[in-house]
Write a protein of this length. Structure first.
Length: 101
């Protein structure tokens, strides 16, 4: 049994929707960060699926660049989040105004 590309696109749509809803509803910065990563992975799954369906490697090469950007985002984002949580362990997304100089 082989799965068609439509199943993978539906899975990517569900993952992206879960990430978007989580980003809009939750106030914890770490959970919001994970939701953004979930959305990026859903987009990567879409790129790979279209690349496979169209027999073109451009989608897979674009996924490589998205993963590089996501890794840089993780490094910078987690550094900022950890520094905020060291100052205030109960920090939420509304408390980001304390980053002002």
């Amino acid at each position: 049994m082989t799965l068609s590309g439509n199943w993978f696109l539906a899975l990517a749509a569900v993952l992206f929707s879960i990430g978007a809803v989580g980003l809009l509803i939750r106030r914890n910065v770490l959970v919001m960060f994970m939701c953004v990563e979930l959305m990026l992975n859903a987009v990567n799954l879409t790129f790979v699926t279209f690349s496979k369906m169209l027999d073109d490697i451009n989608g897979q090469s674009l996924v490589f660049f998205v993963l590089v950007v996501a890794a840089a985002e993780v490094v910078v984002g987690l550094g900022i989040i950890v520094s905020i949580f060291r100052r205030r362990p109960d920090a939420t997304a509304d408390d980001l105004n304390m980053l002002k100089g």
